[in-house]
Design a protein around this ligand. Structure first.
Ligand SMILES: *[C@@H]1O[C@H](CO)[C@@H](O)[C@H](O)[C@H]1NC(C)=O
Length: 86
């Protein structure tokens, strides 16, 4: 009986420790992105409007790790619909 319990308890301990590590390591990142059209930035030296995020082109870096949760509040200030994918 004791070896079974020992093994069973070890599995529980490992599971609990893993869960704890996931919970401790899970970073929540909260971002706000203001999306606009900018006609002054000329990335290819051509008069062509570009889409900026927080005034930046290319957009900002998201520095995240595995199991992190990223919350992005996107405000579309353009006159057209916007789709952002990763
Ligand atoms: C991302 O974050 C880690 C941890 O804070 C840091 O060590 C690393 O330099 C960052 N990378 C970039 C590209 O900012």
């Amino acid at each position: 009986m004791a070896p079974v319990c020992h093994r069973f308890c070890l599995i529980h301990f490992v599971s609990f420790t893993t869960l704890l590590l996931v919970l401790v390591n899970a970073d929540d990142i909260f971002l706000e992105w203001q999306v606009n059209i900018d006609t002054t930035i000329k990335p290819v030296s051509v008069d062509q409007p570009v889409i900026t995020i927080n005034g930046m082109f290319p957009g900002p870096l998201i520095n995240a790790t595995t199991n992190g949760i990223i919350h992005v509040n996107v405000f579309n200030n353009m006159d057209e619909p916007l789709l952002i994918t990763w």
